[in-house]
Each structure stands twice: as C-alpha cells, then as structure tokens.
Design a protein around this ligand. Sequence first.
Ligand code: AMP
Length: 442
Amino acid sequence: MGFTKFGLSDHVMKGVRAAGYATPTPIQSLAIIPALAGKDIIGSAQTGTGKTAAFVLPLLHRLAASPASHVRGHHPRALVLTPTRELAQQVQIAVAKYGRFLTLRSVSIYGGVSMDNQLKLLKRGADIVVATPGRLLDHMQRGSIDLSHIQILVLDEADRMLDMGFIHDVRRIIAKVPADRQTLLFSATISPEITSLAANVLRNPEMVEAGERHNTVEAIEQHFYSAPREAKIDLLLHALEAEHMQSVLVFSRTKHGADKICRRLDRGGVASVAIHSNRTQAQRDRALEGFKAGKFRVLVATDIAARGIDVIGISHVINYDIPPYAEDYIHRIGRTGRAGASGDAITFVGHDDHQYLKRIEQFVGKHFPVKKYPGFTARDVQVPVKHETHTPPHAARPQQHPERKPPHGKKRTPFSTPRKKSPRRVLESFSSDRGGAGWSNY
Ligand code: AMP
C-alpha cells in the first residue's frame, strides 16, 4: 500500500509524489500514523531508512492544518534538533522538498557560518527551525529566537547528540519549549541514556522500531580485510581499481589522516576530496557537491563530518581506520545502501584493531572473518596473521618504500608496531556547531 493510507493532506501528498516516493519505508509505515495523531514517538531507526520523511511528513501536515498566529510575530512552531550542521542542512532540504506545495517557512540554524543571515531569516519569521544545539543556544541567549510557541519538537539522531556531549544543551533548550507539545525522538540505538532522556522529555511515547535494533542495514555486504597500517594506502588504491569503485566514502579517524589519504589518492591518480572540521562550511559544501556530481571519485571523511551526508548511490564505504566505537560503524556503513539500494562496506583491520572488531561483532551480533584482500600482496609489509586471516604463502621481504623514509634518520622496520594512540571518545571536546573551534582531531 502506498502513502494514501495515512490521510496526509493533498499538498503534502503532492510533495511526496514530487519526491518520487511510491511506497513508504518500514519506519514511515510505523511512525506516520501515530505522529499524525499527535502522539509522542520513540523511533528506533538507522540512517538511510527514510526516517526523515517519517517525521517531516506528519509535522508538515499538522502545522499546515493549524495556521500560524501572526498576531505577535511569526514564531517557530516546530523545532528539529540535529547533532551536526550537515544533518541540519539535510533535514531542512527534506522539509523544503516535501513541503514545496505548502506555504510554511523553514530555517536552518547551525554554527560555522555567520549569524547575520540566520538573524535575518529568523526576523522574517519561520514555522520550522532545524538547528544544532550550540548555535540555537547562541540565538536563544541573544533573544533572536522565541521557542515559546513550539508545538512539535523532534530530536533527530538523539543517540549521536548524547554521544557528542550535547545533553546539557539539549536539556536547556527543552526547558524553553512548552511542556504541552508533541515530541518525536529518533535514534539508531536505544541505549539506557536514551531511555532516560525519553523518560524525562516524552509523554507516554509509542515505540516504533524498524528492523532489528542493533542490526546493520540488510542490503549492505560487510567485508573485513587485514591491513597493516603501512599497507593501507596501497590496499585502498588496489581495491578501488579491483572493484571499479566509482562513488566511495572513505573514513579516517582523524582529520590529518583524512588529508593524508586524500593526498596519496591524488598522487595515485584518484580524484578525491576530504571533508572534516578544518574545512569551512563553504569548502565542505563544495566537496559534497563535487562528490555528488562525480567530480571526485572518493570522499574522505571523519565520523563527525560525515554525519548527515545523504548521497544516494555511494557504492562503497571503506573504513580505512576501523571505528573505535561500534555505533560509529553502524552510522558509517549506513551511508551506503541507502533507501533500499545495495552497497558494500569494507573495513581495514590492522594489527591493533582486533579489540574494535570484537566490539563491532558484539554490537551487531555476528562474527566477521578477517580475510586477506584477494589478489593484493603488500609491497613491503607483512600481512598480519590473526583472526582467521589466510597466511600469505611467502611473507614479503621487508624493503624500504621510497615514500616511507623514517623521519630524521630514525630506523623503523616495516614490522614495527606504530605508536599506539588510545582512541579518544570521539566527542569529548567537540562543539561542532559553534564554529568548529572545538573540533580538535575530527
Ligand atoms: P533518511 O533515512 O531519512 O536519511 O532517508 C534516506 C534516503 O531515502 C533519502 O535519500 C530519501 O530521499 C530516501 N527516501 C525516503 N523515503 C523514501 C521512500 N518512501 N521511497 C523512496 N526513497 C525514500
């Protein structure tokens, strides 16, 4: 059955048709009816499942059905909080797309860009505000936004907001929103922290769950290949060619790493671009546009920067660095296989990465054998033999790669273990939406 069963208004339905959607996704089938009825919802849905439309469509329908009072200013009536500016942009684009036949106005509010334009837009009045917590608080402190007319509050990717340390900001914002409101909370994982947040901010919520809570997107094939640090770039170049990959998202743990991967890919003749916290908003937008347009074959990103990236047709996600947290793995691989398309996720597993692999396996509830990449022989490194790795028949003779000279004449054998950096909790010092100053490594 199509979207007609929901009883969405004609104008919203026109927006759905214009978006080209014929059949609701599972989360949409479950969430739209209770959301239209004004119920609070906890939606357990991963990225790529169509969760944005699951809350935007009922939100548009309900706002359009109760026109704004213009008596004392055009105050926002719906607020969507997102963890990152990229996701805020994506949600606002979705609002504009589905709501194009309505007269509702929307504004997105996030850091890293000047306040002026946002101030102008807020002054003009908006029905829907999509915001990241930090910048929204800045506006609240300046008095440039009044949340006392909010009827619908959406917490999108709530787990990520908590991971990023936004809990206090989120609570301060919620305190300024009327208690008599509808609250929709979406989260890829329902952790005890999410349950406790929900207990405080939702009223008698309906739980809607699309698919197994911890399971990764069905359509994605997941591969794990052993790759010592020194061999990763060669393996990446090899895999790009071997599988004729065309639209590839590569994840690096740090921004410096992302730049380095990009430089090496460029040198290897692969057009690539990096997106991370050191890039200005304009640079990130350009990078994303270039990637979408096919100008760059590879987009190298850090976890934070990649949040909210919605590019249909990413054929491969490559975890150049395995994520230290299993939740990040789910979010990363969710960038491929979007909206029912198939996709491949490849993770490079280094000597010191087995603890992280274990975390992923526990989280996903599945054992992933680590294999040797077919047809790839590291030029000057030995592939580690651990965890079901196939032993290469002849270990490669250690040689000094011309590009890997030891710094300052220091001797480093190709087999030496790289200095082990303890993975930091990704968001300790993170305040992405306040201009990027808090982005240290990501
Ligand atoms: P989301 O999980 O909200 O980020 O959505 C993932 C992708 O699915 C987006 O590109 C949407 O445009 C697309 N999408 C959402 N709902 C549908 C639908 N019912 N049919 C086809 N594509 C959809």
